[in-house]
Ligand binder design. Structure first.
Ligand code: ZN
Ligand code: CU
Length: 496
């Protein structure tokens, strides 16, 4: 047999956390055909001793719409990311209904859905595949979207009929290959749901053995209560529960992630399946209007807000609210109202500096903490740098500089652990028979370059990315081969 591609002389990290070894990796079609000796090949690349790992998996993305608008997925591919999980925080591209504004149903953070004609996951997958996406996508179906489609902005509990309709949407998505159900209980309309509603909806994924992924109701003073609610939902619905972007938000709450992780550990020891992810930055980001009560905007929060994108005031993009306020000689809480009450003010995306660096380290020190970027792919203005920098940042800052994780362990957290958590059989490992999703990088130099001031910069030190056996990036250049697949939960052959 002649291989289609042979990567020679690589320092191979298997994705399982084992020590690296020198080997040649051969690819035939979409899969890894051999790991070890050199074999005859049509195309050979000399790795020259660089590190070869399974392609990174971003467990927390909002890339549903980006797959349609930016199918090159440049901001992810350049990081060595070959697969994302989308549909997070309760917002997903599906289900969709022609009569409902997709931007409303998707919380205004999934740009790119405007011309969508699909209504379900199958239709979404078809629409994305037509655009030849650069990387793979595994989807969650989101509670906020399902609720908005079914109940509009209602603040009431669902009727029995509405509950049935919502369960139908979730079951249909699971039937078509979603890996689970996500909530964003801080956002509208999810915040109007009680625990009982979420349990009833989460039960729709139990039969599929899917997961419940949650942006919890309160990540600040209510963090520990939210952990209880989350564990209750997972226990009562009897599903694997995944806590998204684990953090303690707001200075008075810093340090609480220790107690929160301890509670998770207790649940795991009692037999519950619970997993988590984190992003490696001290700021969050999202739609600004969701974080403020317009009747009484929080000064504490306003003080740590930076504007990412703002259609109403483009000149505010990249600036702290405190600077905007002092320049205009107004109170910082009035600056909040100025922005949010302006036409299109509700489309403002902000960055909030609410996280303690020590908590990030506590999170990363936790044995099975995965990495999810939570990047919002709205490329106008100054987006949070996590969109472009998350994975190389882990390798630079937390592996090389802080020594918090060994390289094999960091890679495990970004590959095989994520793949097994989100039901991607045959990915996240370098082994014969696995899909050839690969990243070649220089472990001594790889680093993020995106900053808050200059966020749209691609990382350095990544020389080759292979997606499903095809070269997607070589010598820093993206090839446009478009070999990404839409993945079905626990389907070893992927989908399209
Ligand atoms: Zn979230
Ligand atoms: Cu999110």
């Amino acid at each position: 047999m002649t291989a289609d591609l042979l990567i020679r002389n690589a320092t191979v990290y298997d994705g399982l956390g084992g020590e690296p070894f020198q080997a040649n990796v051969a690819v035939e079609g979409t899969k890894i055909s051999a790991v070890g000796e050199a074999v005859p090949t049509n195309h050979e690349i000399d790795a020259d001793g660089l590190s070869l790992a399974p392609g990174f998996i971003d467990t927390h993305s909002h890339d549903d719409g980006a797959f349609l608008r930016h199918p090159d997925m440049a901001f992810k591919l350049a990081q060595g990311v070959t697969t994302v999980v989308a549909g997070n925080c309760g917002f997903s591209a599906i289900p969709a209904e022609p009569s409902i504004d997709p931007n409303v149903a998707s919380g205004g953070i999934l740009a790119g859905l405007n011309d969508a004609t699909f209504t379900d996951l199958e239709g979404y997958f078809d629409a994305v595949i037509k655009r030849k996406p650069a990387i793979n996508n595994m989807m969650l179906v989101g509670h906020n979207t399902v609720r908005a489609i079914t109940m509009g902005p209602a603040r009431t509990a669902p009727t029995a009929h509405q509950l049935r309709v919502m369960q139908g949407h979730i079951e249909r998505a699971m039937e078509q290959g979603a890996c689970g159900f996500s909530t964003g209980l801080i956002y509208r309309p999810g915040r109007y749901s009680n625990t009982e509603e979420v349990i009833e909806l989460t039960r729709s994924v139990t039969a599929y053995d899917g997961l419940y992924a949650t942006h919890m109701r309160n990540e600040g003073e209510g963090l520990l209560d939210s952990i209880e609610e989350t564990l209750t939902i997972g226990r009562k619905a009897n599903v694997h529960t995944h806590i998204s972007h684990h953090k303690a938000a707001g200075r008075p709450n810093w340090g609480k992630v220790g107690a929160s992780l301890a509670r998770v550990e207790t649940a795991i020891r009692s037999g519950q399946r619970v997993t988590l992810d984190v992003y490696p930055y001290t700021a969050g980001s999202g739609r600004m209007i969701e974080y403020f009560n317009l009747d009484r905007p929080s000064r504490e929060l306003a003080d740590v807000i930076r504007i990412a994108s703002c259609p109403a005031f483009r000149e505010f993009e990249g600036r702290m609210l405190t600077d905007i306020a002092s320049e205009r000689n107004i109170d910082v809480t009035d600056a909040v109202l100025l922005i949010l009450n302006a036409p299109k003010g509700d489309q403002t995306i902000c960055i909030q500096f609410i996280i303690d660096e020590a908590d990030i380290e506590t999170n990363l020190a936790y044995h099975d903490m995965m990495i999810g970027s939570d990047g919002i792919p709205a490329l106008r203005g100054k987006p949070h740098p996590r969109l472009f920098g998350t994975f190389p940042r882990i390798l630079r800052k937390y592996v090389r500089e802080r020594g918090l994780l060994t390289l094999p362990e960091a890679i495990r957290r970004m590959t095989s652990l994520s793949a097994s958590t989100f039901g991607m059989d045959s990915r996240g490992r370098i082994a014969e028979g696995c899909f050839a999703d690969l990243v070649l990088f220089n472990a001594d130099t790889v680093h993020d370059t995106a900053t808050y001031d200059d966020p749209k910069r691609e990382p350095e030190g990544i020389s080759l990315v292979v997606v499903n056996g095809a070269i997607a990036l070589e010598r820093g250049q993206q090839t446009g081969v478009g070999s990404g697949k839409m993945l079905r939960f626990r389907d070893a052959e992927g989908n399209h």
